[in-house]
Design a protein around this ligand. Structure first.
Ligand SMILES: Nc1ncnc2c1ncn2[C@@H]1O[C@H](COP(=O)(O)OP(=O)(O)OP(=O)(O)O)[C@@H](O)[C@H]1O
Ligand SMILES: [Mg+2]
Length: 1120
């Protein structure tokens, strides 16, 4: 408790100046006071920027408000609210007014602005409180809790999210840390979807209490978190007051899920299909359920829900929704008892398919109830009302258990993975104080919780602080405030408290109704000044018509609330028929099965479970205990109007809240109190270094030590008071100054320590180095001597080795020489012996023998060849083609050469026999061969015929005496030829004479010369290539003989005549006669040119070719 009070008061440091010393008339500080009050020039030096005092709209901290009364308080809030300043301080407590519209004051830039800044440095902001809490957690190791209070719709949930997001933004970074942060933050949308609903007061009203411990490591990095949830308002699942909605998730699924997903969940996208969904406000302005559904699914994924888990969760939600559609009808039984029957089993069937429950089991559970007493089971039928009750109880239980499961599942994901000690920051966002038209058990519980929170606020801020001053003997004027402990007692007192009464009533045998409960209350609480009821006879409210008989009223700290007693007993009992829980346990749906462990027949527990009220009371008590171990930070949320509208500031409404929150009293206590207190021992321990007498040790009582210390530091007396066990410091500046001095001194001390340490370190290092140097020097000397010695030694060895080497080499040389001489002698001898031996043995040597045999054989073969050739020689006729066969291949070229030589030799031999006459004949034959061989078909036949030339013996025939006389030259050819007549192609015989210079034609009969042509005028001889004797003699144009034209002859000795004509012409004219061989040539007769054409003729006339005139220009010779 001490820690709580100590720091929390520490923030109102500057207010003291205003509150205590402001002149009532002028509202200013008396200058004399200012001079004495301030710690003179020390204070002047210390410039703490205080935005609270500069450019402030209204007063940023209510402690500075002057004059202080309810009106000025509200006006100040209003003024600030109108200027968008929604936060105002009371010392360290933050008042937050819901702006009901987004303000641009939560940007990342703002986060940076408030990061690591003094609480009062900047204008009031929730970030300043978050920063202060986070830093004191991180730096001073103090666990923190942020208590956010206010009525429904005042902005608690939003505030808690802002705190969390600020802390997430300023604490450590890194992949792992970011994941933790993300999971912590994303748990909010999931829990809000399942635990928040639209009420008449708030479109996003938390219908459960939430306390989240965020855990940090020593560096201030988040490790994880633990969420505790408090009593979900589960009655909302089955029924919602007018103008309100069921939990958001139902609407979100129906609006946002895909058709496919809805089909899987057997749902339809129509709110009106479901009895559990209030229709009058199914749509909330500015809320997009479809988008929110996607956000929730995404958040579930980030938090770590597996796909199948998410699916199961939505299946349960769908099952709850569908349960509402099951309807019952009465059916009379034979025994006269009423029984209920399900009207339409379709819905039941689908629920069973969704949840994997046997339809008959569930159906039975809706129709019967089994009661076990003393090992006996009695089954009774349920009437329609009971069946509806059972159905709703099941729906409520399913949903609320699902919600608790979600919290446990999220905790599993976000729990810190390490076991190291953690620093904890708790954020409490609980349902706000509620006053509805019809207030039931839930409102009673919610308001009780708010009473407890108010109580803790009072305890820690008002009561405890004031009591401490008195305890410590500090002069103090008591400030009145309303302590709501009396209301808490009315509700939670173990004997006479309303909750205890309710429990007693629920456990009591006999008929128990809400009325009997109210009766009991009237008996026990009638005299309580905060309890009002018309039932009791002596009631002060007998005539109060505003208080119906079935109600009781409690004067809460925040106002009077009238509770309808109806449903209190049931809701407190929270009864779910065992048949239903057993049916659920039998589900094949693993999540549903897990939600109803008590349905396991093996674990039947006949003991009544604790009532809802007592459970809640216990959990609130634990929460309060938990909060008290932490350093509290308060955010008091205020709702400016009832319309959820921006810019509207309802003075009366705000005034009411200020009153019941005790904010004015809070300011008064703050103003009168001291900023800081601390027990003497820790104070001395912390600041003893600032004074020589107390440093390093003070031997005496701590208080005396602190006195000496403060005297030494010359702190003005007004600045502090000595309590019994603590020193009280009035002004935070004094504390800041002390802290600054301490910091300075610590720096000096650190420098001193560093100096001494460095000196010691240098000295030790020097000594070490000196010692090392000696060791090194010794080692080095030894080493260098060793080196020197080794060098000398190795030099001696080298010299020695050189000499030895030289000697050895000399000896070696000699030995080598000697050896070489010996070897040479040996080699010479060996060669000599070898030669001798080889010579001796050469004849027997095989290699030689082979060659010899080869050569011998070769010689023998050649010899044999020649000998055989001699006998096989062919005849000496040059035309003999015979030649002996080649006997051996290796003699092939020799054989051919021999054949050639032999042939040449025998040709020579043959030629040598010739006479000149013969030679001439052969020359002519040779000439003929060159001219006609392979050109003229007649040629081969001519080869065997000797060329006789003078076939006609002119000289001997007297008939040709005249002719002989006319020709005085030597006749080379004398022959009868047929001259072809050009007119008809008929032949006329003529004597053809060739002399040395002329060709003569004479009449065969008379011997008269018909024509004489000098050889020089013969230009060409034409003939065919065929086997005929026709030939044309062409004469030079213009010559004397050419008058009658060319001659066409036919002769039996064509080859001989042509050859001789050619030779004679050549020898006489030295020009080669042109011999044309062609089967078609032109002959000039007088002026005409006639074509002589040789064709293949028939053999009609034997082998004689026939000539025929075809036309003027063509003579055709048919050659058979
Ligand atoms: N700082 C803010 N800035 C803007 N709007 C705000 C702020 N705080 C609250 N609101 C608006 O007020 C509404 C109600 O706030 P919130 O849900 O936090 O109230 P609550 O105190 O948690 O109520 P309940 O007790 O019913 O849960 C929010 O939905 C939001 O519209
Ligand atoms: Mg809320």
């Amino acid at each position: 408790m001490g820690t709580l009070a100590e720091t929390k008061q520490g923030k109102a440091w500057y207010l003291r100046v205003h509150v205590e010393f402001v002149c009532p008339e002028t509202g200013c500080f008396p200058s004399s006071f200012l001079r004495s009050y301030f710690w003179e020039e020390e204070m002047a030096k210390m410039e703490v920027k205080t935005s609270l005092l500069d450019d402030m709209i209204g007063v940023g901290d209510m402690v500075l408000l002057e004059p202080l009364n309810e009106d000025s308080f509200i006006n100040n809030l209003k003024k600030r609210f109108d200027h968008n300043e929604v936060y105002t301080y009371i010392g360290s407590v933050v008042i937050s007014i819901n702006p009901y519209r987004p303000l641009p004051i939560y940007t990342p830039e703002k986060v940076e602005e408030y990061r690591n800044r003094n609480f009062y440095e900047l204008s009031p902001h929730i970030f300043a409180l978050s920063d202060e809490a986070y830093r004191s957690l991180r730096d001073q190791d103090k666990d923190q809790c942020i208590l956010i209070t206010g009525e429904s719709g005042a902005g608690k949930t939003e505030a808690s999210k802002l705190v969390m997001s600020y802390v997430a933004a300023v604490c450590g970074k890194g992949a792992e840390v970011n994941q933790v942060k993300e999971q912590l933050l994303q748990s909010n949308p999931v829990l809000e979807a399942f635990g928040n609903a639209k009420t008449v007061r708030n479109d996003n009203s938390s219908r459960f209490g939430k306390y989240m411990d965020i855990e940090f490591d020593f560096k201030g990095d988040p490790l994880g978190g633990v969420i505790s949830n408090y009593l979900l308002e589960k009655s909302r699942v089955v029924k919602q007051p007018r103008g309100e909605r069921n939990f958001h998730i139902f609407y979100q699924i129906l609006s946002g899920a895909s058709e496919d997903f809805l089909c899987k969940l057997k749902l339809e996208r129509d709110f009106s299909r479901y009895n559990y969904l209030g229709l009058d406000s199914a749509k909330v302005n500015g809320v997009d359920d479809a988008v929110n559904f996607r956000t929730v699914r995404n958040a579930m994924q980030i938090v770590g829900f597996m796909d199948h888990e998410t699916q199961s969760v939505f299946e349960v939600v769908a099952a709850v929704l569908k349960l509402g559609n099951i309807e019952f009808k009465p059916e009379s039984r034979v025994n006269g008892l009423d029984e209920s029957k399900i009207k339409d089993k379709n819905e039941l069937k689908e629920i069973c398919e969704l949840t994997g429950i046997d339809q008959s089991v569930l159906e039975r559970a809706f129709s019967f109830r089994t009661v076990e007493a003393k090992q006996e089971k009695v089954s009774t039928t349920l009437n329609v009302a009971q069946a509806y009750y059972a159905r709703d109880a099941l729906a409520k239980n399913l949903y609320s258990r699902l919600f608790s499961w979600l919290v446990t599942r999220i905790n599993e994901s976000i729990k810190a993975q390490t076991k190291v000690r953690k620093k904890v920051m708790g954020v409490l966002d609980i349902y706000g104080f509620e006053i509805f038209e019809d207030n039931s058990f839930e409102q009673f519980i919610i308001n009780y919780c708010n009473e407890k929170l108010q109580q803790i606020f009072i305890e820690l801020t008002l009561k405890e602080e004031q009591e401490e001053y008195i305890r410590e003997g500090i002069e103090w004027t008591h400030i009145e405030y309303f302590n709501n402990a009396i209301i808490c007692d009315l509700i939670e007192n173990n004997q006479t408290g309303i909750l205890a009464m309710l429990d007693e009533e629920c456990l009591r045998p006999g008929t128990v109704t809400d009325d009997t409960f109210l009766e009991k209350l009237n008996q026990v609480c009638a005299t309580h000044q905060h309890f009002e009821s018309r039932m009791s006879k002596c009631s002060r409210f007998l005539n109060d018509t505003t208080l119906p008989h079935s109600c009781f009223r409690i004067q809460h700290y925040a106002g009077k609330v009238m509770y309808q007693v109806e449903g209190f007993v049931d809701k407190n009992n929270d009864l779910l028929y065992r048949d239903l829980s057993q049916a659920m346990w039998k589900a094949s749906h693993s999540l549903i099965k897990a939600l109803f462990p008590e349905g396991n027949p093996a674990k039947i527990n006949l003991k009544r479970p604790p009532t809802a009220g007592s459970q809640f009371k216990a959990s609130v008590a634990t929460l309060m205990k938990n909060l008290q171990t932490k350093n509290p930070n308060y955010i008091r949320c205020i709702k400016p109007n009832d319309k959820k509208a921006a810019h509207i500031f309802n003075d009366a409404l705000v005034c009411h809240q200020i009153r019941y929150l005790g904010l004015l009293e809070n300011v008064r206590v703050r103003r009168a109190g001291y900023a800081f207190r601390q027990a003497y021992e820790p104070c001395l321990e912390r600041y003893k270094m600032l004074c020589k007498q107390t440093w390093p040790h003070w031997r005496g009582p701590a208080r005396a030590g602190v006195e000496v210390l403060f005297n030494e530091l010359e702190i003005p007396e007004e600045e502090f008071s000595f309590g019994r066990s603590k020193i009280f410091i009035r002004n935070p500046r004094t504390l800041f100054k002390l802290e600054d001095l301490r910091k300075q001194r610590l720096e000096d001390l650190a420098t001193l320590i560093e100096k001494i340490y460095r000196g010691w370190k240098c000295r030790t290092r020097f000594l070490l180095m000196k010692k090392s140097q000696i060791v090194i020097a010794a080692w080095f000397r030894r080493y260098s001597q060793q080196k020197k010695y080794q060098k000398i030694k190795s030099s001696a060895i080298i010299v020695q080795s050189y000499i030895r080497g030289w000697k050895a080499r000399k000896l070696l040389r000699e030995l080598k020489h000697q050896k070489r001489c010996n070897e040479a002698a040996t080699i010479i001898a060996a060669y000599w012996h070898g030669t001798q031996v080889r010579r001796e043995y050469r004849k027997f040597f095989r290699a030689n023998a082979g060659r010899k045999i080869y050569e011998f054989t070769l010689q023998r073969l050649i010899q044999k060849y020649f000998l055989e050739m001699k006998n096989k020689m062919p005849s000496l006729s040059p035309i003999d083609k015979n030649w002996p066969a080649r006997p051996y291949l290796f003699l092939d070229s020799t054989h051919k050469e021999l054949k050639r030589i032999f042939h040449l030799w025998r040709c020579k031999k043959y030629r040598d026999q010739f006479t000149d006459q013969q030679k001439l004949i052969y020359e002519e034959k040779l000439e003929a061969s060159e001219l006609f061989k392979d050109k003229k078909a007649l040629y081969p036949a001519s080869v065997g015929q000797p060329f006789q030339g003078a076939y006609l013996e002119i000289s001997k025939n007297p008939k040709y005496k005249k002719l002989k006389d006319a020709v005085d030259e030597k006749i080379i050819i004398a022959e009868v030829v047929n001259k072809i007549n050009r007119a008809n192609g008929k032949a006329t015989s003529r004597i053809f004479l060739l002399t040395k210079n002329n060709v003569l034609l004479a009449d065969q009969k008379s011997g008269n010369i018909k024509s004489e042509v000098p050889l020089g005028d013969v230009t060409k001889v034409s003939m065919s290539s065929q086997n005929d004797g026709f030939f044309a003699v062409h004469l030079k144009e213009g010559s004397g003989a050419a008058g009658k034209g060319d001659f066409l002859f036919s002769s039996d000795h064509l080859i001989e005549m042509a050859t001789k004509l050619y030779r004679t012409t050549l020898s006489q004219t030295k020009q080669k006669l042109n011999i044309e061989i062609s089967d078609e040539f032109l002959v000039q007769f007088r002026q005409d040119k006639v074509c002589v054409k040789f064709i293949q003729g028939s053999q009609k006339n034997g082998n004689i070719p026939t000539c025929k005139r075809k036309n003027n220009r063509l003579l055709e010779v048919a050659v058979p």
